[in-house]
Design a protein around this ligand. Structure first.
Ligand code: GDP
Ligand code: MN
Length: 402
C-alpha cells in the first residue's frame, strides 16, 4: 500500500524526524487559508505540492514555491484543475484532489536517503546519495558509484557506527553529522516497526547556515512510503491512510471480491484460477503473438459472484477484444466454474469471442454443461488444450482488432 507525501511526513514527524510545518487541503480556498496562516506565522515562502501516488512532480510543475496569497491561489487552482503528467504516471496523467501546503525552506544541499528490501541480499538496505533531488534516477544510471548502499542486519537493524560512516561518506560535517545519524536511525526503526517495503526521503536537505544554526539544519522535505499489504492488519493507523481515489478502479473492485487483478496494456482478457497458471497463460498468449489485457486469478474457491465480477471487470476494459478462460480444476470443480461462466455471461452479456479451456476435476460434466448452453453463449469457443486455446484467442483478438 502506498500513502501520500503529507501522510509520510506525518509518520516522519511522529518518529522525531524534522519536517517543515504544513497541512493537507482539498480546495483552493483552504490552500489559500493555510498559506496565509504560514505567512502570518513568519514564513516568507510557502510550497504548494500536488498529492498523488507518483513522483516527478517538481519537474511536472506540481511543486510550486509561492510568496503571496495570490500566487498561492494561482498555484492551487492550477494543480486542482490540471492533470499531473510525469514519467511516473500513466500517459493521461493523474487527477489531483489533495494538496500539501507547507512552509518552504531554504536549501543549501539536497541528499537522497531511503530504505528498502534488497531481495538479492535477503535484507533491508539503506541507500543514500549526496546527489539527491529530482535527478536521482539519472544519478543512479550515470554514476552508480555516487549511490551508497548499506545492508542492515536482520535482527540488529542499522548500527550507529554504520550510520556515522555513511554520514561522513556523504560529506556531512560538524553538527550535521549527529542530526543525520539520528534521522537515519529513526528512519530504520520506523521502516521495521511499520512493516514498510520502502521508506524514502528525497530530498533530505541542509538549510543554509543561519542564526542559531551555524551548520545548517538537516530535514526531510519530501517522503514516500510503501507498506507490505500482508502486514497491514497489525497497523491500523497506517491502513486508515488508504486513499481509494489513488487506486486503479478495476483493481479495487477485484480486491473487494477476493480476486487478484492487475490491468495490463493488451487486448486479450484472461480469467484464470491460480497465480502460477495465470502467469503461464500470459506467457503462452505472448508466445502466440497476443498481448494480455490483464492478470486475473479468481483463486481456488471462486463463487458465482466472484466469477461474474471477474467478467464484469475484464469486459469493462474497452481494449478487450477476446477473452481466454483457463481453468485447471483441482480443488475447484470444472463444472462449477462452467455454471458460473454461464451465469456470469448471461448477466454481463458477451459480445467478444470467449475461448474456454477447462481441464481437471469434473471436466466431462463441465463440457456437457457448456455444450448445453451454446445458444446462450454464441461467442464461446471451446478449446481442446491450452496451446489450442492460446492460438484460438490470439486469432480471435487479431480479427476483432481488424
Ligand atoms: P518530487 O519532484 O515529486 O520528488 O517533489 P519534491 O517534493 O521532492 O520537490 C521537488 C524539488 O522541489 C525538490 O528537490 C526541491 O529542489 C524543490 N523544493 C521542494 N520544496 C522546496 C522548498 O521548501 N524550498 C525550496 N527551496 N525548494 C523546494
Ligand atoms: Mn522528491
Amino acid at each position: 500500500m502506498k500513502i501520500h507525501e503529507y501522510q509520510a511526513c506525518g509518520l516522519l514527524a511522529e518518529a522525531g524526524i524534522p519536517v517543515p510545518p504544513g497541512a493537507m487541503v482539498q480546495s483552493v480556498d483552504d490552500a489559500v487559508a493555510k498559506a496565509d496562516e504560514l505567512f502570518d506565522a513568519g514564513s516568507t515562502r510557502v510550497v504548494i505540492k500536488a498529492q498523488v501516488h507518483a513522483g516527478g512532480r517538481g519537474k511536472a510543475g506540481f511543486v510550486k514555491l509561492v510568496s503571496s496569497t495570490s500566487e498561492a491561489r494561482d498555484a492551487a487552482k492550477y494543480m486542482l484543475s490540471n492533470r499531473l503528467v510525469s514519467p511516473q504516471t500513466p500517459p493521461e496523467g493523474l487527477e489531483v484532489k489533495r494538496l500539501l501546503v507547507a512552509a518552504a525552506v531554504d536549501i543549501a544541499a539536497e541528499y537522497y536517503l531511503a530504505i528498502t528490501v534488497d531481495r538479492a541480499r535477503h535484507t533491508n538496505t539503506l541507500i543514500a546519495s549526496a546527489e539527491g533531488g529530482v535527478e536521482i534516477e539519472a544519478v543512479a544510471e550515470r554514476s552508480p558509484e555516487a549511490i551508497h548502499k548499506v545492508p542492515l542486519h536482520p535482527l540488529l537493524g542499522l548500527q550507529p557506527h554504520q550510520a556515522r560512516s555513511l554520514a561522513f561518506a556523504l560529506g556531512f560535517t560538524g553538527k550535521q553529522v549527529g542530526q543525520v545519524v539520528g534521522i537515519m536511525l529513526k528512519l530504520a526503526r520506523l521502516f521495521v516497526e511499520t512493516d514498510a517495503t520502502l521508506a524514502e526521503i528525497n530530498p533530505l536537505i541542509i538549510t543554509p547556515p543561519a542564526e542559531g544554526a551555524p551548520d545548517g539544519r538537516v530535514m526531510a522535505i519530501d517522503a514516500k512510503f510503501n507498506f507490505d499489504d500482508n502486514a497491514l492488519f497489525r497497523h491500523k493507523h497506517i491502513s486508515e491512510m488508504f486513499d481509494p481515489a489513488e487506486e486503479n478502479a478495476a483493481e479495487l473492485r477485484a480486491k473487494n471480491f477476493g480476486l487478484s487483478y492487475v490491468a495490463l496494456d493488451g487486448n486479450i482478457g484472461c480469467l484464470v484460477n491460480g497465480a502460477g497458471l495465470a502467469m503461464s497463460t500470459m506467457d503462452i498468449i505472448k508466445l502466440h503473438g497476443g498481448e494480455p489485457a490483464n492478470f486475473l486469478d479468481v483463486g481456488g474457491s471462486a463463487t458465482d459472484e466472484a466469477v461474474t465480477e471477474a467478467f464484469r471487470i475484464i469486459l469493462s476494459d474497452d481494449a478487450v477484444q477476446a477473452v481466454l478462460v483457463n481453468i485447471f480444476g483441482g480443488i475447484m470443480q470444472c463444472d462449477k466454474i462452467a455454471r458460473a461462466i454461464i451465469a456470469a455471461a448471461k448477466e454481463v452479456g458477451f459480445t467478444v469471442p470467449m475461448v474456454v479451456r477447462l481441464e481437471g476435476t469434473n471436466v466431462a460434466e463441465a463440457r456437457r454443461v457448456l455444450d448445453e448452453s451454446r445458444s446462450e453463449l454464441p461467442t464461446m469457443v471451446v478449446a481442446t488444450d491450452l496451446e489450442d486455446a492460446a492460438r484460438k484467442v490470439c486469432a480471435a483478438a487479431s480479427v476483432t482488432a481488424g
